[in-house]
Design a protein around this ligand. Structure first.
Ligand SMILES: CC(C)(COP(=O)(O)OP(=O)(O)OC[C@H]1O[C@@H](n2cnc3c(N)ncnc32)[C@H](O)[C@@H]1OP(=O)(O)O)[C@@H](O)C(=O)NCCC(=O)NCCS
Length: 186
């Protein structure tokens, strides 16, 4: 199966993370506005990001059972990343997204995630796309709804995050729901 990555969308390039991205990643992962409703431990050290980037140094494509981060590049600059966790059987993909604060509100996360979701369903044959978030994460919920996902469950105090139990909202969309939306958008 040929990889479409680096994947070009209208304004963006979705590509592997590289060592020259490390300082930018450290900066936005420590930005309180970006990190507030995410689950990573703070502060995010340079060493931790170096290890994450090194662990993905040979990344070329989404592979079942191998969660990955995909860089989002705008005009040659890294503006954030997408998380994709495709289960080992290749049917269910969890997606997540992080954009630098100054690049939010311009549709970049939607554009990047739309391309990745289309690839997951059309090329990988995924039948279910999932997003999990804190119910307080309104921007992320809006994005998931724009992508066509809907609320499936709210599990109170079910997610351990930075020393406390958080509520966890699960959004999902089937491949059939995605195809129905895609056909009405044409
Ligand atoms: C979640 C997150 C990625 C959403 O980013 P975003 O920029 O709001 O999302 P989108 O790409 O869908 O952009 C939508 C916004 O861009 C605006 N927009 C401008 N130009 C647009 C275009 N060409 N196309 C689509 N939307 C456009 C929309 O009106 C919308 O603005 P609004 O939210 O003020 O109504 C971002 O808030 C983020 O990184 N948060 C911190 C990390 C985080 O919590 N991640 C989620 C973990 S579950």
């Amino acid at each position: 199966m040929d990889s479409p990555y680096p994947l070009t969308t209208g304004r963006l390039v979705l590509r592997p993370l590289r060592t020259d991205d490390i300082d930018v990643i450290v900066a936005y992962r420590n930005d309180p506005a970006v990190a507030a409703l995410q689950d990573w431990n703070l502060p995010v050290t340079r060493e931790r990001v170096e290890r994450q980037v090194a662990a993905q140094s040979g990344w070329r494509d989404i592979v079942p059972g191998e969660p990955c981060q995909i860089g989002i590049e705008l005009a040659g600059e890294l503006i954030g990343d997408l998380y994709v966790g495709l289960d080992e059987h290749g049917g269910i993909a969890e997606i997540g997204f992080t954009l630098r604060t100054e690049h939010q509100g311009r549709g970049y996360a939607f554009e990047a995630a739309s391309a990745v979701v289309a690839d997951l369903i059309e090329r990988h044959g995924c039948h279910r796309i999932v997003g999990q978030l804190s119910p307080e994460n309104v921007r992320s919920a809006r994005l998931l709804e724009r992508l066509g996902l809907h609320v499936e469950s709210l599990a109170p105090k079910s997610y351990w995050c930075r020393g406390a139990w958080d509520d966890n909202l699960t959004y999902a969309m089937s491949d059939a729901q995605w195809r129905a939306r895609a056909s009405t958008a044409e």
